[in-house]
Write a protein of this length. Structure first.
Length: 257
């Protein structure tokens, strides 16, 4: 997946899981999000984060048995007993229903909304009750080689264990499609129990994935190298190296399109 992002007056070609495209493009500023380690000569700058990576080449039973029992397996089994229906969105109407729900959630939480253009390149799973009450959904990015899938966005009503049910359904489907890695979409380790990041981290941890490095590589040409230097120092000084927090702030200020 790739798209052009505008940050103020700067245009950035943002690429996910497509190393070949990253190597070939000649744009002034290009970023690549990947879990792969690139040679130093292939990029100018690098940011390193953390994510949970789950091996989904194993049998479904083995994958499921690796989940935490109380906080994960029980929730999935309960959702099944409650008749929660999870499905992959197949048309524009279903995706738009998810998008409206997701962006209402984002507005409430004051976090970046999902762009409709980006949604067209994502795969979406939704959930509803037996009474057809819509419970929300999750959106996923797939890599260019169809080996890795990444959990990109998610918003549910936080009822009937919809989050766990959606992720388990997606994991099973991508396993059957011969994907190898389910990437839980990044995390931040913290001991602050009041922090959103703490809850976020432990929600993803309970699925039994391996904590691993996740990278964003940049190729920056000409005068734009100065802007990158300013970006790094600004985030370090004012956001304590919290890139996610900085991105949220940019969105709130209307700088990202």
């Amino acid at each position: 997946m790739h798209r052009i992002k505008k940050i103020g007056f700067i245009k950035l070609l943002d690429i996910w899981f497509d190393e070949a495209l990253f190597e070939s493009v000649k744009d002034k500023i290009v970023s690549l999000h990947t879990n792969s380690v690139l040679e130093r000569s292939d990029y100018d700058f690098k940011l390193t984060g953390k994510t949970f990576l789950l091996d989904i080449t194993r049998a479904e039973h083995d994958i499921f048995s690796g989940f935490d029992y109380k906080s994960c397996r029980y929730c999935i089994n309960r959702a099944e007993r409650d008749g929660i229906h999870v499905w992959k969105a197949q048309n524009e109407i279903e995706k738009t229903k998810y998008l409206d729900f997701q962006n209402s959630f984002c507005e409430e939480k004051e976090i970046p909304k999902v762009d409709e253009r980006e949604l067209n390149e994502l795969e979406v799973y939704c959930a509803e009750t037996p009474e057809k009450e819509f419970l929300g959904g999750c959106a996923f990015i797939i890599s260019a080689d169809n080996k890795t899938v990444r959990y990109k966005y998610g918003a549910t009503a936080h009822r009937f264990n919809a989050n766990e049910a959606i992720l388990w359904k997606a994991i099973c489907d991508y396993h059957r499609r011969s994907f190898e890695i389910f990437d839980f979409g990044g995390c931040v380790q913290t001991d602050d129990r009041e922090s959103y990041y703490y809850r976020h981290y432990h929600f993803k941890k309970k699925f039994g994935g391996e904590l691993a490095d996740s990278f964003t590589y940049f190729k920056v040409r000409g005068i734009y190298r100065v802007y990158y230097w300013l970006f790094v120092n600004f985030v370090q000084i004012f956001f304590h190296n919290d890139v996610n927090g900085f991105v949220v702030w940019l969105n709130k200020k209307g700088f990202i399109q």
